[in-house]
Design a protein around this ligand. Structure first.
Ligand SMILES: Cc1cc2nc3c(=O)[nH]c(=O)nc-3n(C[C@H](O)[C@H](O)[C@H](O)COP(=O)(O)O)c2cc1C
Ligand code: SF4
Ligand code: SF4
Length: 277
């Protein structure tokens, strides 16, 4: 099939999904001799309009895995506003060294239902949003070599196709999709008020630069007083990891318990990045 434009379309709080989706799209584009364009839908304004792609496009759609699935507050945008029309696609997810559970199969299925033909896919490890030691520094050179391999294989497949394939690429995960993973306390009960946890600000460190307010995907940080999180927090950690002075952090007891439990269980291993073609 003749592809004119390869798109990197992504949500990425702390930049790991962006790194993989953009590199993948650029590499596929250069192999196919196609243009490459990027659409980041991190900000609420970017999610006000829908996206429609056609037969001369190939879309790399990148999402982080939250609680083993496509993040619940972003799923409506992905499901209702990103549409293809016999459009070749490569869904990719980033996960934080625990497990991607049903994140990739859910993204693949949503794309298939929206007029895309997923011909290849990938699950890559990214440094965990909540931590500096869980999946630290990933995706690293080894992961990026696998991104290159996925790009080469996806481009070769796109080239040999004469029409969009009826079958979507097979990926790991359960169908029907399982419920969202629930963080639990030491007694096995769901962590109290986990969803309500929000970052706080160290007034001694805060420069009042407003960067966090301009980056928050939920538009929840007050630009007039960046110490105030007035709306919903999806715990993407964009404000925590991108604050230039390290002023943002979580002090919520349940959040910290979950972070430390994840670090205790998973920080010492190297979870695999995987590709599917
Ligand atoms: C709310 C939330 C839930 C997460 N759940 C999972 C999970 O279930 N499994 C996992 O391995 N990583 C999980 N992560 C980690 C992210 O998937 C991972 O750090 C990813 O690389 C973040 O992508 P980004 O840099 O594009 O924001 C979660 C992160 C957040 C913020
Ligand atoms: S990014 Fe950091 S320093 Fe800047 S306003 Fe936000 S908390 Fe303060
Ligand atoms: S306030 Fe919450 S949703 Fe907004 S950037 Fe910070 S962690 Fe992400």
């Amino acid at each position: 099939m003749r592809i004119e434009t390869v798109w990197a379309v992504y949500f990425s709080g702390t930049g790991t999904t962006e790194k993989v989706a953009v590199t993948l799209a650029k590499t596929i584009g250069s192999v196919l001799g196609a243009a490459c364009r990027e659409i980041c839908f991190n900000l609420p304004q970017a999610r006000e309009k829908g996206l429609q792609f056609g037969g001369a496009d190939l879309v790399v759609l990148g999402m982080p895995v939250y609680a083993g699935r496509v993040p619940n507050l972003l799923l409506p945008y992905v499901r209702d506003q990103i549409k293809g029309d016999g459009t070749l696609a490569v869904p990719v997810v980033l996960y934080g060294n625990r497990n991607y559970d049903d994140g990739l199969i859910e993204l693949r299925n949503v794309m298939r239902e929206n007029g895309f033909c997923p011909i290849a896919a990938g699950a890559f490890v990214g440094e965990h949003s909540f931590s500096r030691i869980l999946g630290a520094g990933r995706p690293d050179d080894k992961d990026m070599a696998l991104v290159q391999e996925l790009a080469d294989k996806a481009a070769a497949k796109a080239r040999t196709l004469t029409e969009p394939p009826a079958e979507a690429v097979a990926v790991t995960g359960c169908d029907p999709i399982r419920p969202y993973y629930t963080p639990r306390d030491r007694y096995g009960a769901p962590i109290k008020d986990f969803l309500k946890a929000k970052p706080v600000t160290d007034p001694e460190k805060c420069l009042k630069c407003g960067l966090c307010a301009s980056l928050c995907p939920m538009g929840s940080i007050d630009p007039g007083d960046p110490s105030q999180v007035t709306g919903k927090c999806i715990k993407c950690c964009a404000c925590v990891k991108k604050c230039p002075s390290g002023a943002k952090y979580f002090d919520h007891e349940g959040f910290l318990y979950h972070q430390h439990e994840l670090e205790d269980q998973y920080a010492d291993r190297r979870a695999p990045s995987e590709i599917f073609v």
